[in-house]
Design a protein around this ligand. Structure first.
Ligand code: ZN
Length: 397
């Protein structure tokens, strides 16, 4: 028996699949990310996550399993103790979809750096992801739909390092007495809930029968950046752009060379003005919706505190998805990191700004074992946040 034939024999000996069994894992699509270590035995699929290009961060995964349905599959994603947020895996359930429309949770467990989950697929093709993906095509659809609505104009600010457009939607007509409100999302591209949130917010803001939208647009102009990091999004990154740069640490010294995304948006903010800024994110570890304010910036004062308190009180009244108990520790006075987007804009424009964080896991105040925190709940939270702005818009300047 030749050595090659012997290898085949040994391999076949290990196979437990029925004849004709076929299994393939792929990720060569928009925001795909997985490294296949071993995938011949459905009961022993071993995977890892690729790092963001030129960076040490990794946490976002998104791949497709093509296989024989109604058979047990055991998937393991390894090396997660060295991922960007190891605390993100404890209590986390993977997200899956057959039709790429409905993303449901798959019971998962985390031990010794490995996330494990089992599934008997109901179809021959099933997708898995860290959170419901938001594709670059959907992003383009959103921009095109929005600019077709009367009150909205699509503005291209420039290009990213990979040559994608940096786009901002301007909604409403500016005038001297109107406030200028900025919404930016997805500086961290793996935080796809941020763009689901913006989709919900835009659908409400551009609904000409919506009373909150009507009230707001009579008093404010909105600039909305639905995706601050289109390159990282398409590349399947968690946290950085095409060059491995974390955009939410670039707001003191953005450059066309390293962070054109921030450079272009910040310039537009200086040109258009800024009276309020919400920067939308997802948090890997904390299973709640929460906000991080600007209490640590040098210019923080009673006025900004009053605006923060009014906004939070309104949001607490509007939706039980929001709470103000769990979140990041508050910055000490003067100790804010001014390279972070919402701190930088708060300081420069003396404005109400918040980083809004949604969970990758679930909202533990309203847990949903089937879907966890989801694309649809993020969408609704975007709409509810917009309604809360009505309560502060008169006092923003
Ligand atoms: Zn983030």
């Amino acid at each position: 028996i030749s050595s090659a034939a012997s290898d085949v024999y040994k391999r076949q000996d290990k196979l437990i699949q029925p004849k004709g069994f076929f299994m393939k894992i792929s990720s060569n699509f928009d925001s795909g990310n997985i490294k296949v270590i071993e995938a011949t035995d459905p009961l022993n699929i071993q995977l890892e996550i690729n790092k963001d290009h030129q960076s040490e961060f990794y946490q976002w995964f998104h791949f497709r399993l093509e296989t024989t349905p109604y058979q047990l599959h055991k998937l393991n994603i390894n090396e997660l103790d060295k991922s960007a947020y190891p605390d993100g895996w404890e209590g986390y359930q993977a997200v899956a979809s057959y039709d790429r429309q409905t993303w449901f949770r798959v019971p998962s467990s985390y031990e010794n750096g490995t996330l494990s989950f089992e599934i008997e697929p109901e179809c021959g093709s099933v997708y898995f992801a860290y959170f419901a993906p938001y594709s670059y095509d959907r992003h383009l659809d959103l921009l095109s739909w929005a600019q077709s609505q009367g009150a909205c104009q699509l503005i291209t600010l420039g290009e990213t390092l990979d040559g994608r457009d940096m786009s901002v939607l301007k909604i409403g007509e500016p005038s001297e007495d109107k406030k200028t409100i900025w919404i930016t999302a997805r500086q961290h591209p793996g935080e796809t809930m941020a763009q689901w949130y913006v989709e919900g917010l835009l659908h409400k803001l551009l609904d000409d029968e919506d009373p909150h939208a009507a009230a707001l647009l009579s008093k404010a102009v909105f600039y909305v950046v639905p995706n601050m990091n289109p390159d990282g999004s398409a590349r399947g990154h968690l946290r950085t752009n095409a060059k491995g740069v974390n955009l939410n640490r670039e707001w003191q010294t953005p450059s066309m060379e390293n962070s054109p995304e921030v450079y272009l948006v910040l310039n537009k903010m200086r040109e258009a003005g800024l009276d309020m800024h919400l920067d939308i994110h997802g948090d890997e570890a904390i299973p709640y919706n929460f906000v991080a304010g600007s209490e640590g910036i040098p210019s923080y004062d009673e006025r900004l505190k009053g605006l923060e308190d009014s906004f939070k009180a309104a949001l607490l009244t509007i939706t039980p998805e929001f709470q103000d108990e769990h979140g990041y520790p508050k910055d000490e006075p003067g100790q804010a990191n001014l390279t972070v987007g919402s701190s930088a804009t708060a300081e420069e424009f003396k404005a109400l700004t918040y980083t809004i964080e949604m969970p990758f896991k679930d909202n533990n105040d309203l847990p949903d074992p089937d879907y966890g925190w989801s694309d649809r709940r993020s969408y609704q939270f975007g709409q509810d946040t917009l309604a809360a702005i009505v309560n502060v818009v008169d006092d923003l300047r």
